[in-house]
Design a binder for this molecule. Structure first.
Ligand SMILES: [Fe+2]
Length: 222
């Protein structure tokens, strides 16, 4: 028996990535399957959360960026909330509880139980060129405004990454988006690490000329 008999089938070559779209958050461990590079939980936000956030973004909210730990995320998010709120409200409770729940659940995928959380209002096009990020896993949700846009494998020309969207997008009709409230877990590519699957090709939605505001949550883990 030669050494290759002991190696997983994907070693030395990349496999074709697939994406998992689910109504069930409990399906999220599917992101750890070797051929999956995106998990999307398709859900709707409660109306009071949306109303609360529409009001919140009228003020200038400073971006929040902080470390989070699986066993301490409640206290850490309470401190983050104090940056945005002077007085607490029941609607605010719903929003911050949701941020806490998805963050806590996502940190279960972190090897050391830690990550970095970013919560901010976006009014520009941010990363408007399709790309792959250099991290292991990222949780992403847009609580207000459109979510991340992504390409299924048959719609992307990976050789063109780094050039223009026109060259990267092979089939514009296959273009996909996370809707407001959907929770995505995106797999990236860490340089110089052999991993089975290529990261999901994605970009921020262009909103600059629309006057829209997005309120986004991002949590990165190594
Ligand atoms: Fe990105």
């Amino acid at each position: 028996m030669n050494i290759h008999s002991y190696l997983p089938q994907w070693v030395g070559r990349k496999i074709r990535p697939r994406q998992v779209i689910s109504h069930n958050w409990e399906d999220r461990p599917k992101i750890l399957q070797h051929d999956v590079n995106l998990f999307c939980w398709t859900r709707s936000l409660a109306a009071p959360v949306t109303r609360y956030l529409e009001e919140q973004v009228q003020a200038s909210l400073q971006p929040i960026s902080c470390p989070v730990e699986k066993n301490n995320s409640s206290q850490q998010l309470s401190a983050a909330r104090a940056v945005w709120e002077d007085t607490r409200s029941p609607e605010g409770d719903l929003f911050w509880k949701d941020v806490h729940n998805v963050t806590r659940d996502f940190l279960q995928f972190s090897k050391d139980g830690t990550g970095t959380l970013h919560l901010k209002v976006v009014t520009d096009d941010a990363c408007s060129k399709f790309h792959v990020d250099g991290y292991r896993l990222r949780l992403f949700t847009s609580y207000l405004g459109p979510g991340t846009e992504w390409l299924p494998e048959d719609a992307v020309n990976r050789h063109a990454l780094g050039t223009t969207n026109e060259q990267i997008v092979k089939k514009p009709t296959r273009f996909q988006s996370l809707c407001t409230g959907h929770v995505g877990i995106l797999k990236g590519e860490i340089p110089n690490q052999n991993q089975a699957v290529r990261g999901i090709v994605h970009r921020s939605p262009p909103i600059k000329d629309t006057g829209q505001r997005r309120l986004i949550l991002r949590v990165d883990i190594e």
